[in-house]
Design a protein around this ligand. Structure first.
Ligand SMILES: O=C[C@H](O)[C@H](O)[C@H](O)COP(=O)(O)O
Length: 226
């Protein structure tokens, strides 16, 4: 399911985005292996005197930020000036996220931020999105949403856990359907169709949310401003 470049590419992208963060701001802390490099770099800068607060988007990013000493706050108390987050696929400013099943809280924090910096490697870039779209559903809605996704032309698969029997359960206690729509010609319409389904908590299409893409390559980091 998850695509991935090299650790060096991910590190370069994460550190590039983290290095743009300035003193005195609140930073949304995304989830995943690429964002983890950004969070670690922010931790190093906090050690060196950078004054920021972070808003985590998952159990994983909260634990990492706590371990490395980034002060934390919440959306109840602050709005992020910037969020740094990964993606499973990116085309222009539109993303597919949720390979780690964290997309509901990620979308909340990323959309609340003034600017979203996306950290990826070249394996995530595409001209047209075609990665399966993770859809987080209330457990009782698993079947009805799967049927509705099929009516929309998708192929829904319940995400199985890798290290336990049974399905993945999100940080919010819900299930994830990975919905393959093939090439997604009109992400905005698909996003609103999925959002309208009863029992859908959130889906992984982030339409036109990205402000900058930091793509780590073998030749350095390519930054695209949107
Ligand atoms: O739910 C997880 C997130 O949306 C991640 O940001 C996304 O899956 C990318 O993760 P990674 O950088 O590990 O490929």
């Amino acid at each position: 399911m998850k695509r991935g470049g090299t650790d060096e590419q991910k590190r370069a992208a994460g550190e590039s985005a983290a290095d743009t963060v300035s003193d005195g701001i609140v930073v949304g802390l995304g989830t995943g292996s690429t964002t983890a490099y950004a969070i670690r770099e922010l931790g190093r800068r906090v050690d060196a005197g950078l004054d920021i607060e972070g808003i985590p988007t998952s159990y994983q990013s909260r634990q990492l930020a706590r371990e490395i000493g980034i002060p934390l706050t919440t959306l109840d108390d602050a709005r992020p000036e910037v969020a740094i987050d990964g993606a499973d696929q990116v085309a222009g400013g539109t993303l597919i996220k949720g390979g780690g099943a964290a997309h509901a809280r990620e979308k909340l924090v990323d959309a609340a931020a003034d600017r979203l910096l996306v950290v990826v490697d070249p394996t995530k870039e595409a001209d047209v999105l075609d990665h399966p779209v993770p859809v987080e559903v209330l457990p009782d809605a698993r079947r009805t949403v799967a049927d509705a996704v099929a009516d929309l032309g998708g192929d829904p698969q319940l995400r199985a856990a890798e290290r336990k029997d049974g399905p993945v359960v999100t940080d919010n206690g819900n299930l994830v359907l990975d919905c393959d729509f093939g090439e997604i010609g009109d992400p905005a319409t698909l996003a609103s169709d999925l959002s309208a389904l009863p029992g859908v908590l959130e889906h992984g299409l982030f339409v036109d949310l990205a402000d900058e893409i930091h793509c780590g390559t073998a030749d350095g980091v390519r930054v695209t401003r949107l």
